[in-house]
Design a protein. Sequence first.
Length: 183
Amino acid sequence: MEVTDKLIINGSGSSKGGRFHTVEINGSGMVSGDVECASLLFNGSGKTDGHVKTQTLTISGSGKISGSAEAESIRINGTGVIKGDVKTERLNVAGFSSFGGGVKADDIFISGKAGIEGDCETETFRSEGKCKIGGLLNADEVSMKLAAGESHVKEIGCRHLKVMSRKSVLTRFKLMPAPVLTA
């Protein structure tokens, strides 16, 4: 497959997948097929209809990947949906994310809300907010600062576990539900 320098979609548009140096979707764009690139950036509302392999994946706004994602670094600022498995060194979620498969990473930091359907395997798992993990959370170190409402992990296997709750004024006056972890 031939490597093209850049794929940039500004506004509304679509393109076939392939191998690129960089892929940038500004506005509302769709890439049909698998994508292999050094950098993938969603600004606005973007979608890929296939698997993604990249060094850096950044979702600012809204991004949806229908397949799996493999990257050195994944950063989600806003709303990110990855339907398949995720393999990365660093996963940083600021906002909302949903992963349809399992997640394997060296370091995971979630500030906001994250849902993982499968297992989550990492060295360090840090969360400030809400999370739902449908399988096993397997980590060396787990640190969770719970926010209002329930976080749910099917099973936790770790060496060090630290769980704290952040009670705000709204939870004290029972305007928001108390932070709870169910495992």
